[in-house]
Ligand binder design. Sequence first.
Ligand SMILES: *[C@@H]1O[C@H](CO)[C@@H](O)[C@H](O)[C@H]1NC(C)=O
Ligand SMILES: *[C@@H]1O[C@H](CO)[C@@H](O)[C@H](O)[C@H]1NC(C)=O
Ligand SMILES: *[C@@H]1O[C@H](CO)[C@@H](O)[C@H](O)[C@H]1NC(C)=O
Ligand SMILES: *[C@@H]1O[C@H](CO)[C@@H](O)[C@H](O)[C@H]1NC(C)=O
Ligand SMILES: *[C@@H]1O[C@H](CO)[C@@H](O)[C@H](O)[C@H]1NC(C)=O
Ligand SMILES: *[C@@H]1O[C@H](CO)[C@@H](O)[C@H](O)[C@H]1NC(C)=O
Ligand SMILES: *[C@@H]1O[C@H](CO)[C@@H](O)[C@H](O)[C@H]1NC(C)=O
Ligand SMILES: *[C@@H]1O[C@H](CO)[C@@H](O)[C@H](O)[C@H]1NC(C)=O
Ligand SMILES: *[C@@H]1O[C@H](CO)[C@@H](O)[C@H](O)[C@H]1NC(C)=O
Ligand SMILES: *[C@@H]1O[C@H](CO)[C@@H](O)[C@H](O)[C@H]1NC(C)=O
Ligand SMILES: *[C@@H]1O[C@H](CO)[C@@H](O)[C@H](O)[C@H]1NC(C)=O
Ligand SMILES: *[C@@H]1O[C@H](CO)[C@@H](O)[C@H](O)[C@H]1NC(C)=O
Length: 801
Amino acid sequence: MRTWMASRPWATFVVLSALCTHGSLAQIEDPASLVNMFIGTTNGGHVFPGATLPHGMVKVGMDTDSPGNQAGYDADPTYNAWGFSQLHDQGTGGGVSLSNFKIWPYASCPNGDSFAACPTAEENRKVLRATLPDGSPDDVASPGYFASNLSTGIRVELTATRRAALHRYTFPEGTVNPRILVDITNDGQQSNTNPIMTLNSTTARVVGGADFQASFGPQRYRVYTCVDFKGDGYDLSEPREYGAWINNNAVNQSVDIEQMYFGFRNELGALLTFNPNPNGTTTILVRAGVSFVSVDQACANAEEEIRTYDFDVIQAAARAEWNELLGRIQVDPTGVDNDTVSLFYSSLYRIHVVPADYTGENPLWNSTEPYYDSFYCNWDTFRALYSLLSLHDPLNFARIVRGMINIQQHEGWLPECRGSLTQLYVQGGSNGDPILGEFMVKYYEQATELNVSSTDLYSALLADAEVQPPNWNLVGRQVNIWKSLGYIPSDVWEPSGTNTKQVSRTIEYAFNDFAISQVARIIGNTADASKYAQRAGNFVNVWNPNVTVPGRDDIVGMMQPRFLNGTWNYTDPRHCSPNDPTQSTCYLTPTNVDGFYESSPLVYVPQDGAKLVELQGGVDAFISRLNFLIDDNYFDATDEPSMQIPFMYNYANAPGMTTVRAREVITDHFNLSVSGIPGNDGAMGTWASFLLLGLYPVPATRQYLLSSPWFPKVSFYNPVFNSTTTIIANGFEGNPTNGTGQIFVQNVTINGEIWNSTCYLDWSAFEAGATIELQLTDDANVTCGDGPQALPPSLSTGGFD
Ligand SMILES: *[C@@H]1O[C@H](CO)[C@@H](O)[C@H](O)[C@H]1NC(C)=O
Ligand SMILES: *[C@@H]1O[C@H](CO)[C@@H](O)[C@H](O)[C@H]1NC(C)=O
Ligand SMILES: *[C@@H]1O[C@H](CO)[C@@H](O)[C@H](O)[C@H]1NC(C)=O
Ligand SMILES: *[C@@H]1O[C@H](CO)[C@@H](O)[C@H](O)[C@H]1NC(C)=O
Ligand SMILES: *[C@@H]1O[C@H](CO)[C@@H](O)[C@H](O)[C@H]1NC(C)=O
Ligand SMILES: *[C@@H]1O[C@H](CO)[C@@H](O)[C@H](O)[C@H]1NC(C)=O
Ligand SMILES: *[C@@H]1O[C@H](CO)[C@@H](O)[C@H](O)[C@H]1NC(C)=O
Ligand SMILES: *[C@@H]1O[C@H](CO)[C@@H](O)[C@H](O)[C@H]1NC(C)=O
Ligand SMILES: *[C@@H]1O[C@H](CO)[C@@H](O)[C@H](O)[C@H]1NC(C)=O
Ligand SMILES: *[C@@H]1O[C@H](CO)[C@@H](O)[C@H](O)[C@H]1NC(C)=O
Ligand SMILES: *[C@@H]1O[C@H](CO)[C@@H](O)[C@H](O)[C@H]1NC(C)=O
Ligand SMILES: *[C@@H]1O[C@H](CO)[C@@H](O)[C@H](O)[C@H]1NC(C)=O
């Protein structure tokens, strides 16, 4: 496997320039300078390295002709660039999403630089990027900014506001006919129908739109753009040549193009030739507004958000917004490898790329509530992402929750997977439930202040829990049989959804109901709290105590598929794991007969740690199984269901093992290279952030499981509480790579008071703003503590109060 070091020369000096010292307290003032945007941009990471605001709708970036261009870009320089489009997603699998409305510059065209000879179709116009001496592409990026030097000698720079992009194309000296193409139809899947386009030859404004296929679902969406041009430092005047292009034919026209209507699936758009700058370098600014509502709104968005075409001002504003957000979590880099600091801020950056704030851009219904999109998918993010937002970004979290409730009010069920305003495929349960649960557990007292209606939120949860949808492949759950049977049987076929993933859905439905029980308790509905807590325990209904791993009789008891009559089917516990001896069927396909989704019977880890310890025969067997999972390669770092596994040792009173295993994940699976994440980035940024902070959440509870931080000090600023919580690791001596050393937590104090567990922290410390001191030791045999509160809470031990 080829890798390209994405770290740039600047990466070694940015730490210094980013650090300012106020007395003895080092403060990272410019965390954006520590973000390496290229991590995970090849080999299936599907990371978007282009320009966006935090949770911005517009994500403007390079599109390459690579097979894995789910986020547009590929860092492998052998792939060509063929456009700079305004909309992307981040970290998705599935089909290539969005990638709409590419802009493309030409320094010259064939046949004596003729307009009609310009190659316009994607396959014909594409070119390589320039490369650096180390072989990597000559691309740079930082939060809110992306730049590339194309092999044609054109320099491309991109920046963004929420709903508009600003491109800056600098042409090589001597360019006679600087040309720019606007591509209306080529999305990531070449799926357009019903395109429209208008070109005004006086203003050079190009507007257009089309219908496109959603990436991971059956529906289509319509989106519009509005593109304007301006000379950078010179008067661009009217375009010298202009016209439409279809496929690979550009036609020089002499009249405006008005509402051209084209057939199906042609490649088409506009091509314009501008005047070069007679006084110096030719640099052309391209402003592209986007809207899902109308062409007029696409133009209005551009005009409102980018009035003056001042690239540097727009870029600086984007960077300032990123710095304010990233700077809320401060890590003390003293004694820490620079790469580790960069890995932390790069990971934290990526958790704020999606979901995206489409407020004002929802054509489906009228509402003044926020509208967020690009949930890819709640199945990926419910485990950890929102518990990270709880720590430092409750304002975006609250708006996302409001948007989800609003969707439920109009469509009947909370979104599960959602993109380009359509319902995408459900992978497991209704995992909006734990996201709303996480919000209520942490912010119930502030809900009104944050404009979240607790009543509407609870109604939304009950819809998921009680009302069977017309198609549970798109929203909601197969809830009728869940309510009557307490598990999803393998041999019941209903018309309103596919009969697959039954075991995974059982486990997730149980966790969904756990989240609802948590909310019910908080709002004082004790009847519902106990009803849903009971349903939350239903995962035991698919626990078959007699199944073993072939060749390992000591690993006994497994989640297994079960029939309506209570008897069991059998799925080889190795299926769907990295050690699968056969062709697994653990994906969305209707041919999935294993009963699991992207996870083996061995690695599924629900919320009730204590119950799992009991079912597996006690702490020794439990630890032994965890060791087996990790050492024998059943732990799958590429996929979200494994994320909690390294922290499960805490439930067996062995936090030293958690610390060793959690640190191994970073050492073995994360780095700053373009292949530096183990799987696609649905949750990898969240996971790395938590692993480096020494924490891992139990979502929809007040608990964060504890390992140990990779920094001597970390602090969290919470803008709702206006409080800062600092975790200090006393005795920190750096981060040994061999799993031994002064890295284990011996005892914990909070504001100087003894805290009774070294295995978890409670939200109360983060709520009030506290100083949490961890005393580190080199003794790997530390325990959680002695008292009744030492072990982390579990459902079956009644601990979540
Ligand atoms: C880390 O950054 C600091 C501050 O810029 C610098 O002095 C040091 O040399 C860097 N260390 C490494 C290993 O690059
Ligand atoms: C083109 O733009 C100019 C200037 O705004 C305007 O006067 C003219 O009506 C437009 N042409 C068309 C066909 O809309
Ligand atoms: C070139 O510079 C001259 C002198 O400053 C100025 O009058 C003219 O407008 C400039 N041309 C363009 C196209 O900006
Ligand atoms: C939203 O309100 C406007 C103005 O009343 C109306 O024209 C439009 O049809 C409404 N849109 C939807 C989707 O209901
Ligand atoms: C039982 O499991 C086998 C093996 O995975 C599978 O072929 C069969 O379809 C399953 N039966 C049902 C009813 O799900
Ligand atoms: C497991 O095996 C024991 C002993 O053979 C048997 O009594 C029990 O019914 C089995 N349980 C299941 C769920 O098959
Ligand atoms: C239970 O159901 C399964 C699948 O439909 C069937 O193969 C099996 O014979 C049934 N067992 C009993 C005891 O009814
Ligand atoms: C936030 O807290 C700081 C001190 O911790 C205080 O100076 C500031 O006034 C507070 N801001 C608000 C809005 O309460
Ligand atoms: C582990 O690494 C540390 C330095 O990082 C070293 O001091 C220690 O001796 C090593 N221990 C083992 C067992 O290799
Ligand atoms: C924590 O451990 C340190 C070092 O062993 C010890 O000095 C201190 O007394 C301990 N504190 C508590 C609260 O147990
Ligand atoms: C720690 O446990 C003791 C004994 O159970 C209890 O009295 C004390 O309140 C606990 N401290 C905290 C911070 O919960
Ligand atoms: C940890 O426990 C193991 C066996 O339980 C023992 O061999 C080892 O010496 C202990 N390590 C320390 C540092 O006490």
